[in-house]
Write a protein that binds this ligand. Sequence first.
Ligand code: ATP
Ligand code: MG
Ligand code: MG
Ligand code: MG
Length: 439
Amino acid sequence: MRLSRYFLPVLKETPAEAQIVSHRYMLRAGMIKQASAGIYSWLPLGFKVLRKIEQIVHEEQARAGHIPMLMPTLQSADLWRESGRYEDYGEEMLRITDRHGRDMLYGPTNEELITDIFRSNVNSYKDLPLTLYHIQWKFRDEIRPRFGVMRGREFYMKDGYNFDLTKEDALHAYNRHLVSYLRTYERMGLQAIPMRADSGPIGGDDTHEFLVLADTGESEVFYDSAVTDIRLGAREIDYDDKAQCQAVMEEFTSLYARTDETHEEAAFAEVPEDRRRSARGIEVGQIFYFGTKYSEPMGANVVNHEGARVPVHMGSHGIGVSRLVGAIIEASHDDKGIIWPEGVTPFHCGIINLKQGDAEADAACEALYKALEGAGLEPLYDDRNERAGGKFATMDLIGLPWRITVGPRGLKNGVVELTSRRTGESEEMPPEAAIARIT
Ligand code: ATP
Ligand code: MG
Ligand code: MG
Ligand code: MG
C-alpha cells in the first residue's frame, strides 16, 4: 500500500476522552472512530488488524476440528423465553420491537439460537461430537462502555458451542478449546493465562477465563507466578487425543490462578510466598462446560446407544476478537506508539523515502516495494511529500515491526537502513539484505 493513496487519518492531539493507552493509540493511529457510545467504525488500519486476529482464530479452530458458520445478529425473543433467559438477562440486552410488534433482540450471545439449530437437525449420537462456531457482532448494553473497543457495546466475538453425548466427551471439548485458545493467543504474541472463574449468566460449573496481565485490566486476579513461565510453544497437538488435551489442560490450570470471583485466601496461602501475585487482567476469552442447562429446557436430545432420548451435554467458548485489538496494544507499546507482534501486524514493513521526488530514492523505494510484495509481504510505503520527522513519527505510532529508510546519502553507498520497531536498533545494509532479514 502506498500511503499517499491510503486512508490513515492520524491525529496529532491525544483525544481527551481516551483514558488508557490502547484507546489513545487506536484513535491517534486512525484505527477506529466512535460512532456513538461503545460503538465504533473500524477504519482501514484497525480493520486490517481485526481481520488478522479473526484469521488466526479461524485457523486454530480449524485445527481443533471445529466448524465455522454464521448466525444473525438479530434474534427472536421466543427462543430466549424457552430457555428462561429473556427476563434473566436484564438491562444488558438490547430489546427491539419490529413493525409487527414482535419482540426481537440484538444477540449478546448465541446459546439459544445454536441449540435451536441443533435440535432441528440432529437426532442421533452418531452425529456427535459436534462443535460449531461463528465470529459475529454482539451487542450488550454495557452500563459503562469505556476504554474504546475493550468495553464496547457492539463488539466482535468468536463463540463456539460443543454438543456431546456424555459429560466426558464434553469435557474433552472443553480441553480442546482450552488448548486451541492457548495457541491462538500465543500466535498473537500474547500471554493469556487460563484462570478459574465464575460462570455468570451463561451458567455452569466448569469455566476458565483467559487473562492478559495489564495494569489497565478490569479484572482483579491472583496467581502463582510460576504460571507465567508455561508456554504451549510449537509442540504438536492431536486434538482427538483426549489424554493429551487433558494433560495440557492440567499443566496450565493446576497452579493457582483465579479471578477475584473465585479467589480463596486459604488456598492462595499455600502458594509459596515469593510466588504469590495479585494483579489486574484483561479478559480476552472464556470457556464453559454447562452440561444440559440449555438442552434440557429446549429439548435438544439425541438417541443414545440404547435407543433412549437423552439431552446433549454442551459448552460454550468465547474469544473477544475486537477486545483483543486493544489488549494486544496494552501488552505491546512504548511512548511513541504501538509495537505490533508479527502475527497481527497490519503491514509487515514500512518504507520511508527521505527525499520524495529524488529520482534515485524514488526508484529504490519502488524496487523495494515490489520486492517485498513479491516475497509475499505487505509493505506500507510512505511516499508522501512530507518531512522525514513526521514520517518517522507516523511509522512509530502505527507500530509496524520493521522500517526501511531510504535516502540519497545511503544509496550512494548502496545501503538502506533497517530498523526494528521493538528494539529500536538500526543497521545499514544493501536492500536485498534488508529484504532477506524480514522474510
Ligand atoms: P466482561 O467480564 O469483560 O464483561 P464477559 O465475561 O461478560 O466479559 P463473555 O460472555 O465471557 O464476556 O464473552 C466472551 C468474550 O467476549 C469475553 O471474554 C471478552 O473478551 C469479550 N467481551 C465481552 N464483553 C465485551 C465488551 N463489552 N466489549 C468487548 N469485548 C467483550
Ligand atoms: Mg460482561
Ligand atoms: Mg467476565
Ligand atoms: Mg466471560
